[in-house]
Design a protein around this ligand. Structure first.
Ligand code: ATP
Ligand code: LTN
Length: 338
């Protein structure tokens, strides 16, 4: 007889914005873990097109960008038989639950979010869209709507995950048990949690950047990828011991070591022990990155010739996602007295 105590697989939820060029940081910090989690979890992955509205954009380009991102995720290994892939805007409960989160969070809490501070540092807060400020409430809604146990993200999202947990705990203690408290699943140190810009290794590799020469785009030509890696900023050290993993003292070299370690499933310090020259390290990093990126590019080219297939995946995904998210929303409405 089957035991009724068979443990349920963990519910996994994560999202990625369709704005800007997807890059190696997205792949190593998040997407490849999404692919891995498909074998162990009940996974929901969304292209967060509503989050993309926090920056200006052309409607036709937005639509295309969401399709491009969904196609890339499939090319990177998401399997519609093993996960639910959908667009955030196809599931109304995200925006509806976000309002409840806005009425749970405090202004001070949102004002402390470093992503908001970073993204408004240049243009100033006065002209920033309110959506950029309330963004973490929508993200909390994305996660809580699915009763997610686990949220695979890069290190930069740790603070947003902590806020999500705080909001869920506050809502539960005020209105009774409603939401599952999620855990951030961030790669361990040295394994891709925070890939840095190759041209300025003190900054995170990012989709929206004014330093594209240090961003390895997943759609870049292989020759460009190789060139960017070979020109990566290191330091003026030479001689014995110059290749070592020390993110504070040697950010450029450590970033390269971390790339190779993450791609080869090794420890960055161990990798360092095999090299004495930066040039040799860069050559091997370039090979490892191309080995990872070229098959994704090939598969992307195949899938982009089948937009109907991708659209069908998203439509089916939205149906499955809607069923889960609408039920959670109803639970939250009931709890709060609507
Ligand atoms: P933007 O720069 O526009 O904010 P982004 O590059 O941070 O975009 P997102 O769509 O916000 O990309 O993030 C998707 C996922 O990729 C998130 O889980 C995020 O933590 C992860 N991620 C983004 N950049 C990096 C990076 N440099 N290293 C590791 N993970 C990253
Ligand atoms: N805020 C994230 C993207 C994001 C997300 C989510 C990640 C939106 N909703 C839900 C995990 C779970 C970012 O800026 N990288």
């Amino acid at each position: 007889m089957l035991s009724s105590a068979t443990p349920k697989p963990p519910r996994v939820l994560s999202g990625i914005q369709p704005t800007g060029q997807p890059h190696l940081g997205n792949l190593l910090g998040a997407i490849r873990y999404w692919v891995e989690d498909q074998t162990v979890g009940d996974c929901y992955y969304c292209v967060v097109d509503l989050h993309g509205l926090t920056v200006p954009g052309d409607p036709a380009e937005r639509r295309q960008a969401s399709m491009t991102m969904a196609t890339l995720l499939l090319a990177a290994g998401l399997d519609p038989e093993s996960c639910t892939l959908f667009l955030q805007s196809h599931v109304p409960a995200h925006a509806q639950l976000a309002w409840l989160m806005e009425c749970t969070a405090s202004f001070g809490e949102l004002a402390r979010m470093t992503q908001f501070k970073d993204k408004t540092a240049k243009g100033g807060e006065q002209t920033a869209r309110v959506g950029l400020f309330t963004y973490p409430c929508l993200m909390a809604a994305d996660i809580l709507a699915y009763d997610a146990d686990r949220v695979p993200v890069g290190e930069d999202q740790r603070q947003h995950l902590e806020l999500t947990r705080d909001l869920a705990l506050r809502f539960n203690s005020t209105y009774g048990p409603t939401f599952v408290i999620p855990q951030a699943a961030i790669p361990r140190p040295g394994r891709g949690a925070r890939i840095m810009n190759l041209a300025d290794p003190t900054r995170k590799m990012s989709k929206t950047t004014d330093l594209p020469s240090g961003v390895v785009g997943l759609f870049d030509e292989p020759a460009d990828i190789e060139r960017k890696i070979k020109r990566a900023v290191t330091d003026a050290d030479t001689g014995p011991g110059s290749v070592r993993y020390d993110r504070e003292a040697k950010p450029g070299v450590s970033n390269l070591l971390e790339l190779l370690a993450t791609l080869r499933g090794e420890d960055p310090q161990r990798v360092a022990d095999r090299y004495s020259r930066y040039g040799d390290l860069k050559a091997d990093v370039a090979t490892a990155v191309l080995d990872a990126v070229e098959p994704i590019q090939r598969r992307y080219r195949e899938l982009s010739a089948q937009p109907d297939f991708v659209y069908d995946v998203l439509k089916t995904g939205a149906k499955q996602a809607n069923a889960v998210a609408a039920a959670t929303l109803q639970r939250a409405y009931d709890a709060i007295g609507l």
